[in-house]
Design a protein around this ligand. Structure first.
Ligand code: PXP
Length: 398
């Protein structure tokens, strides 16, 4: 990863979406043609930037951004460096906040500008050198700023809620409550963009009656999750959900355990997609973040791919989590490049959803367990709104 982002800023909890900011920095490196160089970005408060400003520039006062190029000195140039290292950018989040208010700018626009300004200094631009240099730096800043507008998502990541667990509780007693149809309505009223149910062969939770009623009552989108099984395919063709998601299904599993392997069953899955296409039902394939699977998905005409986030969510330590996240981010980019519409889900909860929602190539998240589990204590309406707040926050910055 070319950029290393460190934050010492603790004053306002989630003010900076760190993964989003990191993503922005990496895309800027690409725009500037230096993505093979490493860059360090440090976020600090006014007190810390004053200390650094004092130590290196004899100015005991806060400033917005400091740049320390690795290639230092009058005749410094990146080409002469022994290693591919740009240097350090230090940003005071306190000053960025104050300036955002002063200039009536959204906070993330201010942070973006400071990052670009710092980066251009590392690349040899200097507005203090001469009026001509100032003009040149300003022009490049504007150019990069307008490029970052294209990086940004223009719509919020949608939240589709899986209500299977409500049916699981009902089935535990074999009576009529709680009803997943009522749950779906509450989720929609709280802001969900879609409802997902998995009609399993063994009907352990969702029943045929549920999908029929959901089809009649849902105001958003019904996503029918299913195995590529003959009887279920017939039900889907008859029901006409807004979307089907094909998943691997084993009777003995507690929940879906991994992505669908479409390389070993390309013909079978292609046939299902063809059948659904004839009934105008788009198909999503639930896949592991593997570029080979994505290429086949594109080849056989899938509209959507839902990336399996399970391994990211279950990672036992920070570095495994980071690794799985990188795989997901790269797969989301690759799928998007291929023209697939990218979604993600499985195992997402109130702690790990933000970084996935900040990937601007992911348009929808499918979440069940965490929301239904929380609803036991907070009520379903609040559980949905809490998750939406996390997604909104992750989308807002960068
Ligand atoms: N996506 C798919 C394909 C699934 O099978 C499931 C689980 O039913 C989910 C998303 C939701 O996973 P979770 O319940 O862990 O949020």
């Amino acid at each position: 990863m070319p950029t290393k982002l460190t934050s010492h800023y603790r004053r306002t909890g989630h003010l900076v979406n760190e993964r989003g900011f990191l993503h922005l920095a990496n895309r800027l490196l690409g725009e500037c043609g230096v993505s093979d160089y490493t860059l360090s970005v440090l976020l600090v408060d006014d007190e810390e930037i004053s200390q650094i400003n004092n130590q290196y520039r004899n100015k005991n006062q806060p400033t917005n951004v400091l740049s320390f190029p690795f290639a230092d000195g009058a005749d410094a140039s990146l080409a002469t460096l022994p290693i591919k290292e740009l240097g350090d950018i230090i940003i005071s989040v306190d000053t960025a906040l104050r300036e955002a208010i002063l200039y009536r700018q959204p906070f993330h626009d201010r942070m973006t500008w400071l990052l670009i300004h710092g980066l251009l200094h590392l690349l040899g631009y200097d507005h203090e050198r001469s009026p001509g240099e100032e003009e040149k730096m300003l022009a490049r800043e504007q150019e990069l700023l307008s490029k970052t507008n294209n990086f940004r998502r223009t719509t919020m990541t949608r939240l589709a809620i899986n209500v299977d667990h409500v049916a699981t509780i009902r089935q535990a007693r074999g009576i009529s409550e709680p009803d997943p149809v009522t749950a779906a309505a509450i989720c929609e009223l709280a802001g969900a963009s879609g409802i997902v149910v998995h009609l399993r062969e063994d009907r352990r939770h969702i029943q045929d009656r549920d999908v029929i009623l959901l089809r009649q009552t849902i105001q958003t989108k019904l996503n029918l999750e299913m195995g590529a099984n003959k009887d279920i395919i017939a039900i889907a063709l008859d029901l006409k959900p807004d979307l089907i998601t094909l998943v691997p299904e084993k009777r003995e599993e507690l929940t879906t355990e991994g992505g669908l392997d479409i390389i070993s069953q390309t013909k079978k899955i292609a046939k299902v997609i063809e059948k659904m296409a004839k009934a105008s039902i788009p198909v999503s394939l639930f896949l592991d973040p593997d570029p080979k699977q994505l290429a086949v998905a594109k080849e056989i005409g899938a509209t959507f791919v839902e990336l399996h986030t399970g391994r990211y969510c279950d990672a036992l330590n920070e570095s495994m989590c980071e690794h799985e996240y990188e795989l997901l981010a790269a797969a989301a980019e690759e799928g998007d490049r291929l023209g697939l519409r990218m979604c993600a889900g499985h195992g997402l909860n109130y702690h790990n959803t933000g970084p996935i929602a900040s990937l601007d190539t992911i348009e929808e998240l499918s979440i069940g367990h965490a929301i239904i589990a929380r609803s036991v204590f907070t009520g379903l309406d609040k559980a949905v709104r809490d998750m939406l707040a996390i997604i909104r926050q992750a989308n807002m910055l960068f």
